[in-house]
Design a protein around this ligand. Structure first.
Ligand SMILES: Nc1ncnc2c1ncn2[C@@H]1O[C@H](COP(=O)(O)OP(=O)(O)O)[C@@H](O)[C@H]1O
Ligand SMILES: [Mg+2]
Length: 533
């Protein structure tokens, strides 16, 4: 390839470039110095100057020609009405650049930014950075101390940062590390999930605004929230602590006090001051899980704490301040809660700025293998043996797992792998162990709906299929009723426990009959409960 000709564009420096006596050669003159570097061979110098500096421009042009005969100097008269007026200077230089016949194929351009007012320098910088001028920047400076013949030094600055491989790759590396950190080092393959994590990482390190994590139970909201905090901590974006609470557990006085603290004596039982979670999260992160369950009073106080950074601890007449980043989690439809009047619209608007929905496990089947490996490593650590799966066992499990719904998501997958790892002799999970586990998972399919005391019994009495079809309303009641029946000698005995209060008020009741009818609605007899136990 033919070498491109080097072309320099620059403003005349009316002071620095000035001088016409013989001693001018002893001084450093930026524009003339351009021609004095042996390793900078300039074919053409486009010298921009005002009409008032025609004389200086003439001397400089002659001297450049003297120092470097191969350099042709082309003078352009451009007038700035006011060299310190940003808008005017930018417009004038912009016009010059637009009409200049740049030919980057044949010529290599440098913009000399050492001369001219600061305003002009900034304008040249902007025009170059935005590629209105397809050039690199050229900076010159005098040598320190005595400078023989005023040659000075120069440096070339390329504003195309993508060329700075080291900078770019370092940035990229940090970003990838951040993403991998948020994924617990699990090499997930789902494009959608990776894109989501990429965005979360970006927001986590560049914003302090509230972040809302939504998604089904067990999708990893709580775990991710803590991880976001750890990432911010590692990047020194927070110095405080991670304070977390599940709002579903907050009720009454305790709710206000847990969040905002209280003064001693604020209510019965408040025997000492309590700082509360907001203060604990000062300079750190507050994670409010299941935020949809927060009471309306707490919602108003929280809103004020976010917007004005102040709140009132219970029983205190002085407000407290805390500066924290808020993360929220929910698997509820908050919009519906707003519509039903259970959630403040203004608070929702505040926390709904960055909302990320974590997908269910069945939405990313390609990620089951890496997550299986992750769970196996975890199990190895917990059980203290190296848990492995032979090829056949692994294939069998994956074939099942990638088509399964995993309604409890990571919680279910984790439980499944833990069961296999625990049952595996010597840590080796065989095909038989997998087969038994698959049967167990299939059988316990409605685990997501059958939980709490009596859930197992309910499954055994009704069978998974029928249990899965129950409404939660009936399920909870039936589970408890069956638990009582299991321990009772007869229907009457069970009835005495179940209807204890109403019994004492009404004289003649037939508890056994009432209970029999209730069970019959589900096609159950007491004998069924006995058989299942
Ligand atoms: N990305 C993940 N990979 C593997 N396990 C995970 C992941 N995210 C969460 N878990 C595990 O799944 C379980 C549920 O996670 P959690 O964050 O409590 O879910 P959520 O808050 O959405 O209900 C926890 O045991 C957690 O350790
Ligand atoms: Mg959670």
């Amino acid at each position: 390839m033919k070498r491109r000709k080097l072309v320099v564009l620059g403003l005349l420096g009316t002071t620095l470039d000035g001088g016409s006596g013989a001693r001018r050669w002893d001084r450093w003159r930026p524009t003339v110095s351009l021609a004095q570097h042996e390793d900078l061979v300039i074919s053409r110098l486009e010298l921009l100057h005002g009409s008032a500096s025609t004389d200086v421009a003439g001397v400089v042009a002659t001297d450049v020609g003297h120092a470097s005969p191969e350099t042709r100097v082309v003078r352009h008269v451009i007038e700035f009405k006011d060299a310190w007026d940003f808008e005017g200077v930018y417009a004038t230089l912009h016009d010059f650049a637009s009409s200049y016949p740049f030919d980057p194929e044949k010529e290599d351009y440098l913009v000399h930014i050492t001369t001219g007012t600061h305003v002009a320098q900034i304008c040249l910088f902007l025009l170059t950075e935005s590629r209105h001028i397809p050039a690199r920047l050229l900076q010159t400076s005098p040598r320190r101390g005595r400078d023989a013949r005023g040659t000075g030094t120069y440096s070339i600055i390329d504003l195309d940062l993508s060329r700075y491989d080291r900078l770019a790759s370092r940035f990229r590396k940090e970003q990838v590390e951040g993403q991998s950190f948020l994924k617990f080092g699990i090499e997930t393959k789902s494009a959608g999930f990776n894109q989501l994590i990429e965005r979360i990482e970006h927001v986590a390190v560049s914003s302090r605004a509230p972040v809302l994590l939504t998604g089904p139970t067990g999708a990893g909201k709580s775990k991710l929230a803590r991880r976001i905090f750890e990432l911010k901590k590692a990047r020194r974006q927070v110095s405080g602590e991670f304070a977390e609470v599940n709002c579903a557990t907050l009720r009454g006085d305790a709710a206000m006090s847990t969040l905002f603290g209280h003064k001693k004596g604020a209510f019965t039982g408040a025997t000492a001051d309590r700082p509360g979670l907001l203060l604990k999260a000062h300079q750190g992160v507050l994670f409010l899980d299941e935020i949809g369950e927060l009471g309306l009073d707490e919602q108003s106080m929280l809103l004020r704490a976010i917007e004005e950074k102040v709140f009132y601890p219970m029983g205190s007449d002085r407000d407290a301040t805390s500066d924290f980043q808020l993360l929220c989690g929910t698997n509820r439809d908050l919009r519906a809660r707003v519509a039903s009047g259970d959630f403040r619209e203004d608070l929702f608007a505040r926390i709904n700025l960055w909302t990320f929905r974590l997908p269910a496990l069945h939405e990313r089947p390609e990620d089951i293998p890496p997550n299986l490996d992750f769970e196996l490593r975890q199990a190895s650590r917990t059980l203290g043996v190296n848990v492995t799966m032979n090829r056949e066992a692994r294939e069998r499990f994956l074939a099942f797992a990638s088509g399964w719904t995993w309604s409890g998501n990571f919680r279910d997958l984790n439980a499944s792998v833990t069961r296999m790892a625990t049952l595996a002799v010597g840590g080796r999970i065989t095909s038989d162990v997998v087969a038994a586990e698959i049967a167990q998972v299939r059988d316990g399919a409605p685990t997501a709906t059958a939980e709490g005391p009596g859930a197992d019994l309910l499954l055994r009495v009704l069978g998974a299929e029928r249990a899965a079809r129950l409404d939660r309303f009936d399920r909870v009641q039936l589970q408890d009723v069956l638990t009582v029946c299991r321990g009772a000698a007869s229907l009457s005995a069970a009835g005495r426990v179940l209807f204890a209060n109403s019994r004492s008020e009404r004289r003649s009741v037939n508890d056994a009959d009432r209970l029999r009818k209730y069970l019959a609605r589900f096609g159950i007899e007491l004998a069924d409960v006995r058989r299942a136990t």
